[in-house]
Design a binder for this molecule. Structure first.
Ligand SMILES: Nc1ncnc2c1ncn2[C@@H]1O[C@H](COP(=O)(O)OP(=O)(O)OP(=O)(O)O)[C@@H](O)[C@H]1O
Length: 277
């Protein structure tokens, strides 16, 4: 469905993603994991053409027979929302502060070619209900009248409004408390099962990966170190970096051992980490 081949992202100063290969299948939840700065968000941004202007992307991001890296600005605008949409850690950024949620959702549909006012309202209410919000009230609310968890749900509603086939969720729960985060992940999973949408989930936190992700790819300093079925990778990580990430998961009880043994003497050599240059 989405296939990334030989993706390299660089600025004049540095290469932040190096020859990345991965594919997201229809309907699956794919986790792209790795610690801060490993290049996950840059990869996610490249898919929608959202890279900072000082960076260029090379390679292929194949989607429905097109290389997304070669789309025109107009083609990209039509793709975003309609076929591929995003939710981000900073859910406040999804909405303009002083416009009601309803008018912002309405405008999004209007801009994407839905002229019928009643049909727009109906779809907005439907999608707000789908993310389990009190739809009519939220439709009339300003962003600042909602809690963080409600606002992230509204951002998910905005992302789903035009019925995309791929949802890119870039650290969507980092700014939420644990319980709210858990509920948001459950909601995304429920939506995935109901709609068949694929989820590309960017995360530095492996705690929830086992529960939600079908497959996982682990990145380190711009390169892929390991990928496969989630259970196989987490139960039998082949790369020391993956073992280190797993060992960093806080144990459930204060005196419980870490999830997997990890030797601090285990060196991560450039060859094993997949680093180039
Ligand atoms: N706007 C930017 N300008 C310059 N460098 C950037 C910019 N955004 C990210 N970088 C650099 O690109 C590299 C990859 O960053 P990226 O945000 O993709 O990592 P990440 O794995 O998503 O980490 P995080 O979870 O912290 O966002 C890092 O070295 C980072 O410093």
């Amino acid at each position: 469905m989405l296939s990334i081949e030989g993706l390299t992202i660089r600025s004049k100063a540095k290469t932040v993603v190096d020859q990345l290969e991965l594919a997201v299948r229809p309907g699956e939840w794919f986790a792209l994991a790795g610690e801060s700065g490993s290049g996950k968000s840059m990869t996610a941004s490249a898919i929608g053409g959202l890279l900072p202007s000082s960076f260029t992307a090379h390679g292929v991001i194949a989607w429905k027979g097109n290389n997304l890296l070669t789309l025109s600005a107009k083609q990209r605008r039509s793709l975003l929302g309609n076929e591929i949409s995003y939710i981000f850690q900073d859910y406040h950024g999804a909405f303009t502060p002083f416009l009601r949620i309803g008018s912002q959702l309405d405008e999004l549909m209007h801009a994407h070619g839905c002229p019928d006012r009643n049909a727009r309202k109906q779809r907005c209410i439907e999608v707000l209900e789908h993310v389990q919000l009190p739809a009519e009230r939220v439709y009339r609310s300003y962003p600042f009248q909602l809690s963080g968890g409600q606002l992230q749900r509204a951002a998910i509603a905005a992302a789903l409004l035009l019925k995309p086939q791929l949802l890119i969720a870039d650290e969507p729960t980092t700014a939420l408390d644990t319980l709210t985060a858990h509920r948001v992940l459950q909601l995304i999973n429920q939506i995935r099962m109901e709609t068949g949408i694929s989820v590309l989930w960017i995360t530095h936190d492996l705690r929830h990966v086992r529960k939600y992700a079908d497959r996982i790819a682990v990145m380190r300093t711009g390169s892929l170190v390991e990928s496969g079925e989630t259970q196989a990778v987490l139960d039998h990580p082949t790369h020391p970096y993956t073992r280190r990430l797993l060992a960093a998961i806080p144990p459930l009880a204060p005196n419980a051992p870490a999830r997997l043994p990890y030797s601090t003497e285990e060196q991560i050599t450039p060859e094993r980490s997949g680093l180039h240059g």
